[in-house]
Design a protein around this ligand. Structure first.
Ligand code: V4E
Length: 212
């Protein structure tokens, strides 16, 4: 298990120039298809828990414990625990929706576990991602273009279990300053834009619950 700390930003042609100026190393371009799953009642996402299949690999993003007092810059960052072991994902999903009747058998290796837990795909899209590494340790920058005409960048640090989240926040803040990111508003992620279009009521609910 690791913690993903990230800050989103809107980018332009100037961002590419800036990346070059600050010596960011382009580490390549990838394309991936994401499918997000939840119950029809959205039990997972209403608990800020995001179940995703990306190019055949499962991943669950869950909230982390609050850090306590945070500086303004850190408030622009999100932090999520990332679980990638399918067995651990299934356990966590079951915990989150345990108040529902989701009796499952021990063998959940094929995709029958989805229907047993009443999980359906509620969002799917393809992203083209250009990735860069900064000199600061562990700082990665992704520039994403989703297939529904939305682009967003993110500065990201992955912190291994028990690692220093505070240091990750500081490195993200330094990177943001180098990139000249001086906005103080939350930037919409791909999911915000997708849900607004395809599940507007659920989107409004997530906003009203301060999940998005
Ligand atoms: C919507 C959401 C999650 C799903 C994944 O979102 P995101 O990290 O934006 O996707 P992506 O493709 O960049 O994933 P990566 O390749 O980095 O793993 S996980 C948490 N949320 C909620 C959320 C939020 N509340 N605020 C912001 C700014 N982003 C996401």
């Amino acid at each position: 298990m690791s913690v993903e700390v990230e800050r989103k930003f809107l980018f332009s042609a100037d961002t590419l120039k800036k990346l070059e100026e600050i010596g960011a190393l382009c580490i390549g371009q990838t394309q991936f298809h994401d499918q997000y799953f939840d119950t029809p009642e959205f039990d997972l996402t209403l608990r800020d828990t995001w179940l995703r299949k990306r190019e055949g690999c499962w991943e669950l993003k869950c909230p982390t414990a609050p850090l306590g007092e945070q500086c303004e810059a850190a408030a622009l960052c999100t932090r999520y625990k990332e679980i990638t072991s399918l067995a651990d994902i299934q356990l966590r999903v079951q915990e989150v929706i345990k108040d529902r009747d989701t009796e499952t058998s021990a063998s959940l290796l094929d995709e029958r576990w989805l229907s047993k837990m009443n999980l359906v795909c509620f969002a799917e899209f393809t992203t083209v991602r250009r990735s860069y590494r900064l000199q600061q340790e562990g700082v990665k920058i992704d520039l994403d273009q989703a297939d529904f005409d939305y682009s967003v960048g993110e500065v990201e640090v992955i912190v291994p279990e028990g690692g220093d989240v505070q240091s990750a926040l500081e490195r993200i803040e330094q990177a943001a300053q180098k990139l000249g990111l001086n906005g103080d508003k939350r930037i919409e992620g791909k999911m915000d834009v997708y849900l607004k279009k395809h599940h507007p009521q659920h989107y409004m609910k997530l906003v009203s619950e301060h999940i998005l």
